[in-house]
Design a protein around this ligand. Sequence first.
Ligand SMILES: NC(=O)c1ccc[n+]([C@@H]2O[C@H](COP(=O)([O-])OP(=O)(O)OC[C@H]3O[C@@H](n4cnc5c(N)ncnc54)[C@H](O)[C@@H]3O)[C@@H](O)[C@H]2O)c1
Length: 267
Amino acid sequence: MSNQLLANKRGIIFGALDEQSIAWHVAEKCVSQGAKITLTNAPVALRMGKIMELSEKLQAELIGADATSVEDLENLLNKSTEILGGKIDFILHSIGMSLNVRKGKHYTDSNYDFMQKTFDISAISFHKLMQSALKLDSIAEGGSVVALTYIAAQRVFPDYGEMAESKALLESFARSFGYHYGTLKKVRVNTISQSPTWTTAGSGVKGFKEFFDYADKMSPLGNASADACGDYCVALFSDLTKMVTMQNLYHDGGFSTMGMNPAILNL
Ligand SMILES: NC(=O)c1ccc[n+]([C@@H]2O[C@H](COP(=O)([O-])OP(=O)(O)OC[C@H]3O[C@@H](n4cnc5c(N)ncnc54)[C@H](O)[C@@H]3O)[C@@H](O)[C@H]2O)c1
């Protein structure tokens, strides 16, 4: 059902790789709610992923950008405002990748070059994006920027590795940049802390099935799906949440507030 909550709004969606990607669902929801968007991903993902299909389906232009490159981000912002015909109203940052996890390095034997690259891709890219947008004045007053995060920023999930620190950094950037962007341009900046979700990035974490099942049992509402995350993003991009900023918002079926759930004993 569409309420046209994003009618006349322009957006940029990062991170749709295939139909499992959370960003894929967010992009579909935004367009069904009336938004015009551009899609972006790293050049390698444009070659290997299925984002072309989404681009055709949604009639959304695809602009390659490595999120660690300020030059690429500036090009993306400039092209998007040109293609969409004005300043951007909302942006989704849906990017995560750990080199140490991918290369099977244990947390206590981390490679520091890998770690720095992980932080650059998964967290500093968020600061680079907002700094570029502010300098170019690409985001309209009252605009909304959202990044996706995970509760490993607050609690220990051993196999999540250095992504835990990446998410802590990401959430801190949302608060600190949210202050500046709010003061200067009335732009909102928030993070959504999403349930475990079956995606390329998610299932790359060791023991993901157990991780997923545990959270699903622990949460009174069960795990939040990528589709439901799309709905939540629409709400945050819409004019119905104009005073929400600098928050880390749990979208997890209640997981973050639970201590113990008897359902777990029957796992
Ligand atoms: N899947 C989960 O369980 C889960 C839970 C909470 C939060 N998240 C977060 O959601 C976000 C999206 O992940 P997903 O689960 O949809 O997986 P995904 O693998 O579909 O998406 C990750 C995206 O990051 C992109 N990316 C990697 N390096 C990049 C770079 N240098 N420049 C631009 N893009 C780059 C990938 O191409 C991919 O599209 C991530 O931030 C992830 O940490 C995922």
